[in-house]
Design a protein around this ligand. Structure first.
Ligand code: UD1
Ligand code: MG
Length: 430
């Protein structure tokens, strides 16, 4: 029984939302295509060399800071290393599981066509969808098992840790439901507001914000207790982070690539804060964030090895929602949401460009992707309001792979700007 629509290779920007029923019909029609691949055909192997080089590039500065630059106490380093060891196991497990899961999702007709290959033989291949489910399951197992090694049974951190896991798990479930049922995208926008509830309800941390030093004379306070407004802020942050990863998408490797870049920046930020602070509570908040981000990074790297251009699997909304929610909860519970938002600079720009279409001022097609020219293999920017299209309009036509690299460099540049700002404003701002 077909469960999901697959994006047709003939999709145009004029397409509207397809219902599940239409999709099933489409699938049935599509299965008669002569060039299509067999459902049981194995997917292409992971791009190991690329992932190895990328890991060295991103992880080297992190381990340098952790072991050599700062003198971090042994009792803080130990759980981080246990977590890193578990994450490595998670990486290999995810690499092994993705081809297996791919066969199963294809058998259930959970696949998509690569829209940016339309008009070439690759555009007719059924690419397995929603492989983010493997990442999320491995991540959940790692983070649940990790509690055994770190937290005392009566640790106050356990409540928030498990509330964070509940929100991430709930988000993964809703993402998978979305992939299977293909809910209209305006409904997609509200799914994270439901998934964030476990975290909001269990949150017992502080609800105060530190007033920036230049504003203290005007406000008359150094600390401001926002009470329940702080929880509303947390709620909005979770909705924003989750959706903005999902809508900065559609190019092979972009969904996972942006997560890998942001997660690496979060890790480096955490270790810098742990190393520079002497306040155990503050250090613990950042260590807490490391415990969730290391497994996220490791499992995402494994997914990227299959999703990098040319993608042999798609990640699905299961992954984009899972990754967005994970980063939102680490920002909230690690108390660095402002920094997180600057790491999300590319996503904020993409959101601002998207506002007219998201809020109905302009027509929003089902896919807001660039136009692919099968003759040259290049992508041209369309009028749809996305950073992908804006970048192509500004800097000219590009191949899909080169566009993804450019956009990830923009993402990394945003993270560097954030580190620069923090460095420049230290002592003056807070
Ligand atoms: C969001 C975007 C949509 C974009 C889509 C791409 C908004 C409001 N929605 O929708 O504009 O087109 O993500 O993921 O901004 N696909 C590719 N190549 C890729 C990744 C995906 O062709 O590298 C196609 C495949 O057909 C895949 C489909 O996109 O099956 C997945 O789309 P989905 O994640 O369901 O789209 P949305 O998240 O609803
Ligand atoms: Mg999506």
């Amino acid at each position: 029984m077909a469960r999901k629509r697959a994006s047709k290779p003939t999709t145009t920007t004029e397409d509207t939302i397809t219902t599940t029923k239409e999709a099933i019909l489409t699938n049935n029609k599509e299965t008669k295509r002569p060039q299509e691949t067999n459902n049981d055909q194995p997917i292409a192997p992971p791009k190991k060399g690329f992932i190895f080089k990328l890991s060295l590039l991103l992880i080297a500065p992190y381990f340098y800071l952790l072991f050599f630059h700062y003198q971090i106490q042994h009792d803080l380093i130990k759980p981080i290393l246990i977590n890193a060891g578990l994450s490595l196991v998670g990486f290999f497990l995810t690499v092994k599981m993705i081809p297996v899961a791919s066969k199963y999702v294809l058998r259930r007709n959970l696949f998509g066509y690569d829209i940016n290959k339309k008009g070439t033989p690759q555009g007719t291949v059924k690419v397995p969808e929603s492989l983010g489910i493997v990442v999320a399951v491995v991540f959940m197992v790692l983070t649940i098992v990790f509690q055994f090694f770190t937290f005392a049974p009566d640790s106050i951190w356990l409540v928030e840790y498990n509330a964070a896991l509940a929100s991430i798990c709930f988000m993964t479930l809703l993402g998978f439901i979305d992939d299977v049922l293909d809910v209209p995208w305006r409904v997609k926008l509200v799914l994270p507001s439901i998934a964030a509830l476990p975290l909001l309800m269990a949150y017992a941390g502080h609800t105060t914000i530190i007033i920036p030093k230049p504003l203290i004379p005007y406000v008359g306070l150094k600390l401001l207790d926002l009470g329940f407004i702080y929880k509303i802020y947390m709620w909005f942050l979770a909705i924003f982070c989750t959706n903005c990863i999902n809508i900065h998408a559609g190019i092979n490797g972009l969904e996972v690539g942006q997560t890998v870049v942001i997660a690496s920046a979060i890790l480096i930020h955490n270790v810098m804060q742990i190393g520079a602070s002497a306040d155990p509570e503050y250090q613990q908040a950042h260590a807490f964030s490391v415990y969730l981000v290391q497994p996220l990074l490791a499992t995402s790297m494994a997914l990227l090895s299959y999703n990098w251009y040319p993608s042999s699997v798609f990640v699905g909304d299961t992954y984009t929602y899972f990754a967005g929610m994970t980063m939102a909860v680490v920002g909230i519970l690690g108390h660095f949401s402002e920094t997180l938002l600057i790491f999300f600079l590319a996503q904020v720009l993409n959101f601002l460009l998207s506002v007219p279409q998201l809020f109905g001022f302009r027509h929003c097609p089902r896919h807001r992707l660039p136009r692919f020219d099968p003759q040259t293999g290049l992508l041209t920017g369309t009028d749809d309001g996305t950073l992908v299209n804006f970048y192509l309009r500004m800097f000219g036509r590009k191949s899909e792979n080169s566009l993804c690299v450019h956009l990830l460099l923009v993402q990394a540049l945003g993270c560097c700007i954030c580190f620069g700002l923090r460095y420049l404003l230290t002592g003056w701002y807070k």
